[in-house]
Design a protein around this ligand. Structure first.
Ligand code: NAD
Ligand code: MG
Length: 391
């Protein structure tokens, strides 16, 4: 295990929305003067990856795409940054002795490297919720046995983490996740039937990667977050509530046994959660826009509608059934998301695919190893692909 103030850092998924924000936080907190960047990883955007490696002086830059190895190497010639590619490259990045690792790869592609970093005791700043949803308790146990910490970066879970007082843990009654409701909050199901990817990705409050933006529109992202909360905070599904709050000013809340509710508020800027994960238990100074309450004027709340947004119902179903249903739901939906993005599926069909695959895998055995998780993930993707072909 490492101490609370890290100097050696790795960013898995540095070229994405969270990755870019992470490097911005690092820049604000002193950059190369204060931190040593061990590894940065990306996928297709090697121009950005190379620029990031040059700026930070990273020891290692990795593209997940093996075909881009040569091109990345060319772009980093004359620097001291080593270059690697593919799964072995990602594993190498996770293995370097960074004390703090930002897990910001999107989807279950992030699971293997994040586990490697967890196993050697690094503090894991977790944005990549899919890996926790899929591997669940195995993931939490890997962090525990590695001796490191797991600090949430997802804004809701960071908010809850900030509202949880360790000495009052026994008195936690409920966790209240806020949801913006996304761009289709006020749409009927009929209106949602034909929406385009462009419409679905247009989040009203946050600027984020494509997958999570579409997931906010379908509320599938909130479904993942319910499962994420269960594993992070060791609460029962019944203790987790979701409330739609269109302004996204309250990032989430914790309700205690005495009736008190603690909330964390802020601008929709991921740098607050990233900075907190980096310097916890202290807070860094960051140039995030300050809330102007008189201008905000009001905060609204409404109950989520599980008929229009079936993803929330699927998350409850996955938790109720247990076993590998969460991993199956996640993998099927990830496959369905690809289908929606490349035009093979309509928006509302994503949840239908996820539910059909969950249904056909109810007898799938529980996971006792990570390989079992990968097996369920693979089978769910295979079934989802067949199901998409039928539409
Ligand atoms: P993004 O699409 O912007 O970036 C994804 C990163 O993963 C990129 O660096 C990309 O190169 C890399 N990547 C993609 N496919 C890969 C593969 N097959 N192998 C290895 N690397 C691959 O996504 P994002 O919005 O930054 O989200 C990253 C994670 O953080 C997701 O799990 C998301 O749910 C979570 N998250 C994001 C936000 C946000 O504000 N963007 C907020 C909360 C949680
Ligand atoms: Mg979130």
């Amino acid at each position: 295990a490492y101490s609370a103030a890290p100097t050696r850092l790795t960013v898995l998924g540095s070229t994405g929305s969270i990755g870019v924000n992470t490097l911005d936080v690092i820049r604000h907190l002193g950059g190369r003067q204060r931190f040593e960047v061990m590894a940065l990883t990306g996928n297709g955007n090697i121009e950005l990856l190379a620029a990031q490696a040059r700026e930070t002086g990273a020891q290692l830059a990795v593209t997940a795409d093996e075909k881009l190895y040569g091109a990345l190497k060319d772009r980093l010639s004359g620097t001291s940054t080593r270059v690697a590619a593919g799964q072995s490259g990602l594993q190498e990045a996770a293995s370097l002795n960074a004390e703090w690792v930002m897990a910001a790869i999107v989807g279950t592609a992030g699971l293997a490297p994040t586990l490697t970093a967890a196993a050697r005791g690094a503090t894991i700043a977790l944005a990549n919720k899919e890996c926790l949803v899929s591997a669940g308790k195995l993931f939490v146990d890997a962090v525990k046995s590695g001796g490191g910490k797991l600090i949430p970066v997802d804004s809701e879970h960071s908010a809850i983490f900030q509202c949880l007082e360790e000495r009052q843990r026994e008195a936690v009654e409920r966790i209240i996740l806020t949801a913006s409701g996304g761009p289709f909050r006020a749409y009927t199901r009929d209106e949602m039937a034909d929406v385009t990817v462009e419409k679905a990705r247009a989040h009203p409050n946050w600027s984020m990667g494509l997958k999570i933006s579409v997931g906010s529109a379908s509320m599938f992202n909130k479904a993942l977050e319910v499962i994420e909360a269960k594993h992070l905070f060791d609460v029962t599904p019944e203790q987790i509530e979701v409330v739609v709050h269109p302004q996204s000013v309250i990032h989430s809340m914790v309700g205690y046994a005495d009736g008190a509710v603690m909330a964390q508020l802020g601008s929709p800027d991921m740098r607050t959660a990233i900075g907190y994960a980096l310097t916890y238990p202290t807070r860094p100074a960051l140039p995030v826009e300050r809330l102007d309450f008189a201008r905000i004027a009001r905060l609204d709340f409404e109950a989520p509608d599980e008929t229009r947004f079936p993803a929330l119902r699927l998350a409850r179903l996955a938790l109720e059934r247990g076993g590998q249903q969460a991993a199956i739901m996640n993998a099927a939906e990830e496959t369905a998301f690809d289908g929606f993005v490349d035009g093979r599926l309509r928006f509302l069909e994503m949840a239908e695919i996820a539910e059909a695959v969950m249904e056909s895998m109810t007898a799938w055995p529980d996971a006792s190893t990570i390989d079992d998780v990968f097996a369920a993930d693979l089978e769910a993707r295979r079934l989802a692909t067949i199901e998409i072909g039928r539409r």
